[in-house]
Design a protein around this ligand. Structure first.
Ligand code: G3I
Length: 331
């Protein structure tokens, strides 16, 4: 039985998933990860609020456990994520701007230094854009912007590059793949942001496209996404699909039909991305349906559990597994 990582390797692409320490307690799931993945992303343990839960000393033991599991099993680690407005430690939210600035820099330097040489790539900054926040540059109004100004992105990337010159440094964003006027605006703002960062010499070498797709909403073909990916490639940037899953909340309840629609969504999306971008890794956000975050975020109206991933809860391959394998082989 071929594995997804061997299918991906035929096109010099890594295939992986997000995982967390509790996943390592399940032998079938760990086996599926080891057999199918060549890269793994800690879903939570490398986030700032997971490391700095209380004031004082950072706690890296959970992250260390995942990173050493990966390196023992020759899996690349995708570090997620250094600066993200949704993972700022609670005790800092009440502090001064100066305290925040020092803490943010200290966290980035300490973390990148700790794992230098062990992390294949870093989501250095996650979700920097929010057009609805009203800035002409589309930057989201976050404590990072307030503390450092618009140069916070260049600051983060320069520091990370200094401390781990070998790591691939990724700017990760959600919603770039959607088909809507707001998504098109976000794509335009992302291109302008990347041009500005390039002009500043920011060592961004890869764009992370989260790819949280919705079945029956994600168009089979998507000319605006194609054009965007072509411009990314023309800028000399590679692409990582960092958090791919397919929400089935709009699909009929019937399991076979749902699984087929989800599989087709994966297939057509990956075919398009491989045609237009220099892809270095494809990761799903979890491997088995029972691991998905989507039941909370996008509950199905009929109350049925979501089936968004490549394996079912019994760690059996689904049609989506075969669809992704086909796309990786033909990538
Ligand atoms: O493990 C702790 C537990 O010890 C503690 O008692 C409990 C209560 O505070 O929290 C537990 O941590 C939770 C963690 O998931 C692990 O399960 C956090 O509360 C919870 O906020 C965290 O949610 C994660 C979320 O990001 C925020 O970090 C989700 O699992 C994860 O799927 C989600 O992933 C994000 C990406 O990072 C960025 N893109 C969107 C994506 C989906 O929201």
């Amino acid at each position: 039985k071929s594995s997804l990582s061997s299918a991906a390797a035929q096109n010099r692409v890594l295939f992986g998933t997000a995982f967390c320490t509790s996943d390592l307690l399940s032998q079938p799931l760990t086996r599926a990860i080891l057999y199918n993945c060549s890269v793994v992303t800690p879903e939570y343990e490398l986030k700032w609020d997971a490391i700095c839960r209380e004031h004082g000393l950072p706690e890296y033991s959970a992250a260390d456990e995942l990173v050493s599991f990966a390196s023992r099993n020759a899996l690349a680690v995708h570090g997620h994520t250094l600066w993200w407005h949704e993972s700022i430690p609670a005790f800092l939210q009440a502090g001064t701007v100066d305290q925040f600035r020092d803490a943010a820099l200290n966290h980035l330097k300490t973390t990148v230094t700790r794992y230098a040489g062990q992390v294949h790539s870093w989501d250095v900054v996650n979700e920097p854009l929010e057009p609805a926040d009203g800035r002409t540059d589309g930057l989201r109004l976050t404590p990072f912007l307030a503390a450092f100004g618009p140069d916070y992105i260049a600051t983060a990337f320069h520091q990370a590059s200094l401390l781990d010159p070998k790591a691939i440094l990724v700017l990760n964003e959600m919603g770039l793949e959607y088909a809507s006027p707001a998504a098109e605006r976000k794509r335009r703002q992302m291109l302008a942001l990347l041009e500005r960062e390039k002009a500043k010499g920011s060592p961004i070498s890869c764009l992370g496209i989260q790819s949280h797709l919705t079945a029956l909403e994600q168009p089979r073909d998507h000319p605006e996404l194609r054009a965007f990916l072509r411009e990314i490639r023309a800028m000399g940037l590679s692409v990582m699909i960092t958090e791919m899953d397919v929400s089935d909340h709009l699909c009929p309840r019937d399991r076979r039909r749902r699984d087929a629609i989800v599989a087709e969504t994966y297939r057509s999306y990956l075919d398009l991305v491989f045609e237009e971008a220099e892809v270095i890794a494809v990761s799903t956000w979890g491997l088995t349906d029972d691991r998905t975050w989507l039941n909370g975020f996008r509950p199905r109206p009929d109350g049925a559990r979501q089936r968004p991933l490549l394996f079912d809860r019994a760690v059996r391959r689904k049609p989506a597994w075969h669809a992704v394998q086909d796309a990786l082989l033909n990538g």
